[in-house]
Design a protein around this ligand. Structure first.
Ligand SMILES: [Zn+2]
Length: 503
């Protein structure tokens, strides 16, 4: 197994901790909405002392007078800050950010891309805050993710960050390995345990597994599975490669011994496990093995009763990440339709890069040429995914499974910050009510964040961090109003939404 560059870990960030505001702030006369309990308090007074909420009461003039600072929220709606439970700060969202999926090294070397990303972290953080997102879970990246977490948690205009390290993967991605790889191929259960122990030293919020099931091989005309060349491991795989005619269960079983070992070792060390598993049988195997979080929807087939029962019994949380399923395809097919929120609050350099017509024809990889030549086929494929994924979300929500909102922002075309508002639209299309969507984005997402911080975010509770979003219109009338942001409070400090990003 490859050694990680330990030197990078000692280069901790130099950002100074920000001051907690002194005095009392009262947010008066607005409507407080606490999605976790479904409670709506009209004419509320939210009292904030330092970085904490101290009480929420029916308004009275007397209480409002007590504040050192009074924010008049008449006609406005106050909610816990939003939480995006699936982002990746090692990716920018631009066209160059995943050379394993689209190799444009000839235009912008991947090294340059990663340098840009690391020098623009504060910019990405601020874009989350602009969108009312006061906490995020970075669900996997290079080891420097832990420096990023530290930096975010010491930066005022940043969301709180929980983070996982490198993905424990069934497949290799040598294109992303510049010495601190975000994805590490693991071939044996013992290697998996060793990796968990190594990551445990970083105090990760999750151990992340990338459970990629090899595609089905037609029984009649087998095609050989591509070899694992470039793998960071030189050890032979213990499992046979997929053979023709194997069932979904059999193909999912190939990597399952590693999943078993990683979950067991993580839980022994009191660490939670998140799994990328978009096939039903891989998701089922993950939940059976005790995964705490499934980080995507099941997209290959409808979930069945046994699966629903399993998640319920195990208390497994699921993050649908609907927006990411359309964004690679739409970007490549030149059919990207960014929302007004993304155009306004996404990073302009990232957005500019997504215009694929600007890539010289002779430098377009085959995958891009194909998508550009036949966009309808791409759109049909996305629709097929949504036909399954949206229905599955509704089934799981109706069954009382804990759903946590997440976007997979940072992937090509999925914009850090405002991608969450496209996610809301898709959750609405799936049939969720505004209150359900907001519950997924606050109280449920806080469970996903976990730890001491997770217990103090996502709801309007005395003692919780004063992380709030103040809206100009009612999100319960239409979830689109969730982006009609007047101001955002993080750790008791209030920011006018329009003043957060550089002009
Ligand atoms: Zn992801």
């Amino acid at each position: 197994m490859k050694r990680f560059p330990l030197l990078a870990l000692t280069a901790l960030c130099t950002a100074t901790a920000f001051a907690t505001p002194s005095g009392t702030t009262v947010i008066a006369n607005g409507t407080a909405i606490d999605p976790g309990t479904g409670k709506i308090i009209p004419n509320a007074a939210i009292i904030v002392q330092g970085d904490r909420i101290t009480s929420i009461v029916q308004n009275s003039t007397e209480i409002s007078k007590k504040g050192d600072t009074v924010i008049d929220a008449k006609g406005k709606f106050i909610l816990p800050g939003y939480i995006d439970t699936h982002v990746h700060f090692f990716q920018s969202g631009d066209i160059f950010t995943r050379p394993d999926g689209l190799d444009l090294n000839s235009i912008r070397p991947y090294k340059q891309e990663t340098e840009w990303i690391r020098s623009h972290l504060d910019d990405a953080f601020a874009r989350y805050l602009r969108c009312g997102i006061t906490s995020v879970v970075d669900i996997g990246g290079p080891l420097w993710n832990f420096e990023m977490r530290k930096r975010a948690n010491a930066t005022a205009k940043a969301p709180r960050v929980a983070a996982a390290g490198p993905l424990i993967s069934s497949v290799s991605r040598p294109q992303l390995d510049l010495g601190d790889p975000p994805i590490v191929k693991i071939d044996t259960p013992e290697q998996g345990r060793e990796m968990v122990r190594k990551l445990a030293a970083q105090n990760p919020d999750y151990i992340k597994i990338w459970y990629i099931v090899p595609p089905a091989q037609p029984a009649a005309s087998p095609t050989p599975q591509s070899s694992a060349s470039g793998s960071v491991s030189s050890e032979p795989s213990p499992a046979a490669p997929p053979s023709p005619g194997q069932s979904d269960v059999e193909r999912a079983a190939i990597f399952r011994p590693v999943v078993h070992a990683v979950v067991e070792e993580s839980h022994r060390l009191k660490l939670r496990v998140a799994v990328h598993a978009t096939e039903l049988e891989a998701a089922r195997a993950s939940a059976e093995e005790g995964a705490d979080l499934l980080v995507h929807s099941v997209t290959d087939k409808p979930v069945d009763d046994a699966f629903v029962k399993l998640l319920k019994e195990k208390g497994t949380i699921l993050t649908p990440t609907l927006v990411v399923f359309e964004r690679y395809g739409r970007t490549f097919a030149n059919k990207l339709e960014l929302t007004p929120e993304e155009k306004a609050w996404g990073n302009p350099e990232v957005i500019a890069s997504l215009d694929v017509t600007k890539i010289p024809e002779d430098k377009r990889p085959e995958r891009l040429k194909k998508a550009m030549a036949n966009p309808q086929q791409v759109l049909d494929g996305i629709q097929k995914t949504y036909d399954v994924a949206l229905k599955n979300l509704k089934t799981l929500e109706d069954a009382g499974i804990t759903i946590a909102t997440g976007t997979d922002a940072g992937n090509i075309g999925t914009i850090h910050g405002p991608a969450i508002f496209r996610e809301f639209q898709l959750m609405k299309q799936a049939g969720l009510t505004p209150m359900q969507i907001l519950q997924c984005t606050t109280a449920n997402a806080a469970k996903t964040f976990g730890g001491d911080t997770g217990a103090k975010i996502g709801s309007l509770k005395p003692g919780n961090f004063a992380d709030l979003v103040i809206l100009k219109s009612n999100p319960l009338d239409d979830i689109k109003n969730a982006s009609d942001i007047d101001s955002v409070m993080k750790s008791g400090v209030v920011y006018k939404a329009g003043a957060i990003l550089p002009k």
